[in-house]
Design a protein around this ligand. Structure first.
Ligand SMILES: Cc1cc2nc3c(=O)[nH]c(=O)nc-3n(C[C@H](O)[C@H](O)[C@H](O)COP(=O)(O)O)c2cc1C
Length: 209
């Protein structure tokens, strides 16, 4: 076998070692960890190779009429500083200026489209972005989907050949995010208390019609 599985296993048995089992996270645990992070640890940057590994998952996702119109620009290292001022994080927290300086995403994936934006392109976008974000969580990173950004300025800053339609911020999260159970009629605004971030979520029985 290409990865020398049999040789490795033989050696494990000879040495009386149990089979090394890599625990695999469930989809539910990845979804729960996949929060919108607005603070990142600058000491653990994301490299271009990391970004390419995350982008790889978009090969396997659906696309309306299989048109595959999305194109991606990877941004990391010093270039990320060009994107920081052009994206707005935490607009629902007017008292805060997020991210705090030094805690910006260490990398971005800027998503563009070769087709005019519309329902099908936007659904493609959501599927691709969520897949990238879940892969990021699986890899020990985290991210945030960003629609509140200055598209024209971003296109110019990165010399993009296409208009950007979304930005995904990525990094090693440095903040804790908790769910709260929301009831219909409650405010669904996310909020911060004691340094932690809280996200109200409706229960299944409240979203059935
Ligand atoms: C379509 C979409 C656009 C979003 N745009 C932004 C944005 O521009 N800035 C931001 O801070 N968060 C943005 N978010 C993150 C949401 O605010 C976040 O999903 C919501 O607060 C719930 O938090 P959670 O993702 O941790 O469940 C966006 C999320 C989605 C799905």
């Amino acid at each position: 076998m290409a990865d020398n599985y049999l040789e490795k296993r033989e050696q494990e048995i000879r040495e009386g070692r149990p089979k090394a089992v890599k625990p695999h996270p469930s989809l539910e645990s990845l979804l729960k960890k996949n929060r919108s992070y607005r603070g990142y640890d600058a000491s653990r940057p994301i490299t271009r190779e990391d970004l390419l590994r995350l982008l790889e998952v978009t090969r396997w996702v659906g696309s309306g009429m299989n048109a595959q119109p999305l194109r991606y620009r990877l941004v990391c290292s010093e270039e990320a500083a060009r994107v920081h001022p052009l994206v707005k994080l935490g607009a629902a927290l007017p008292e805060e200026h997020l991210p705090h300086p030094g805690e910006e995403p260490s990398a971005y994936i800027v998503v563009c489209s070769t087709a005019p934006e519309g329902k099908v392109v936007d659904i493609d976008l959501g599927i691709a972005a969520q897949s990238i974000l879940l892969k990021a969580v699986e890899a020990g990173f985290g991210g945030i989907f960003i629609l509140n950004f200055r598209a024209d300025d971003l296109r110019e800053a990165l010399d993009l050949p296409l208009q950007p339609i979304a930005v995904i911020g990525l990094g090693k999260p440095s903040e804790s995010i908790f769910f709260t159970d929301a009831k219909p009629g409650d405010s669904l605004d996310y909020y911060r208390k004691g340094g932690a971030h809280f996200v109200p979520k409706l229960k299944v029985e409240d979203i059935l019609i």
